[in-house]
Design a protein around this ligand. Structure first.
Ligand code: R5P
Length: 332
């Protein structure tokens, strides 16, 4: 437990603040750490500019700001930037941006000429705005860590999701990677749950539509697939995967993804017979209406992992130990 008053020594220098993107997650983390959320007024001017006012002294404090850059991505990102600037100018000892979902992560390279590498740009502007450290969960590709010249703790929801999956009957299950990019993730799930893996071969048309499934490598007939991915956005990719598996003779699929962005037609697409259950975490807020609309949607909390890591960083303890304890050899 951390005391929240500023008068009792080094522990009190941990201060947790929240932007407007995901107050629920920030509150859960604060409760687990035993601190109160810091007081800050964030508002929008009529011309849509964002204004931030920190309402307490943060001099020499270790600041952690919880703000996933989920939709509306640009608004949440800009809000994070002005918060970082405010804390830096208020003489905080350190400022850590806790960004459980890192928007712009998919733009991590040029896929054709004359394109930006926006993930790198975001890493640069977070640093220039005043972040001394960034914490994120299941980046679209792990190499984004290298876009930062400051410490970046890349966490994973793998064990959170795997623990939940262990409560299911997995006797006939197979982990499925929806494309070649997720094979390593599927292997990790396979190791943790002692399950075989299968791989889907997809072709992208490049016109922004969901990729087409052209083949399945591995045995899925008569099995219960668990499709693992980093995110579900419009649900097109995962729904096509689930349908292709059922067409190949599998049972309806479990879908497990860290980030439930769930925009556009996602809810309708996931409400299909080929989908048995959809498991996501709360790196992105999932409003209660979505749970009503899609009763087979299950949201797991990532607050335990984040509060553990925030406490460790503040105390100067090892973060890698979290993964060693979870039997994951993931460099952070
Ligand atoms: C793709 O590379 C990602 O891992 C996800 O599969 C994709 O972003 C999901 O997007 P959507 O749900 O819109 O198909």
């Amino acid at each position: 437990m951390y005391a929240s008053s500023a008068s009792n020594g080094v522990r009190d220098r941990l201060r947790l603040f929240s932007g407007r993107a995901h107050g629920g997650l920030a509150k859960e983390i604060a409760d687990r750490l035993g601190v109160s959320l810091g007081s800050m007024h964030v508002r929008q001017f009529p011309d849509t500019e964002t204004k931030v006012q920190i309402e307490e002294s943060v001099r020499e404090a270790d600041i952690f700001i919880v703000q996933p850059t989920c939709p509306p991505v640009n608004e949440n990102l800009m809000e994070l930037l002005v918060m970082l600037d405010a804390f830096r100018r208020a003489s905080a000892a350190s400022v850590t941006a806790v960004v459980p979902y890192f928007g712009y992560a998919k733009q991590d390279r040029k896929s054709t000429g004359r394109e930006p590498i926006s993930a790198r740009l975001v890493a640069d502007i977070l640093t220039s705005a005043g972040a001394n450290r960034v914490i994120s969960v299941d980046l679209h590709v792990a190499q984004i860590q290298g876009f930062f010249a400051i410490p970046m703790d890349h966490l994973t929801a793998l064990t959170t999701i795997a623990s939940y999956l262990r409560t299911k009957d997995l006797s006939n299950a197979v982990i499925v990677s929806p494309d070649v990019g997720r094979v390593k993730l599927a292997e990790k799930y396979g190791e943790l749950l002692n399950l075989p893996i299968a791989l889907m071969h997809k072709r992208r048309s490049g016109d922004g539509t969901s990729p087409e499934v052209v083949g399945i490598v591995g045995d899925v007939e008569g099995k219960t697939p668990i499709i693992v991915d980093d995110m579900i956005s419009t649900g097109g990719t995962i729904r096509n995967s689930a349908q292709a598996l059922v067409d190949a003779g599998s049972d309806p699929c479990y879908i497990a993804a860290t980030h439930g962005v769930l925009i556009g037609e996602a809810m309708t697409r996931l409400n299909a017979e080929c989908v048995r259950e959809v498991i996501v975490t709360n790196t992105v807020p999932v409003p209660a209406e979505k749970l009503v609309e899609l009763p087979k949607l299950h949201v797991l909390s990532i607050a335990g992992l984040l509060s553990d890591v925030i406490g460790r960083i503040h105390r100067g303890d090892s973060v890698s130990e979290v993964f060693n304890q979870q039997q994951l050899n993931i460099p952070v």
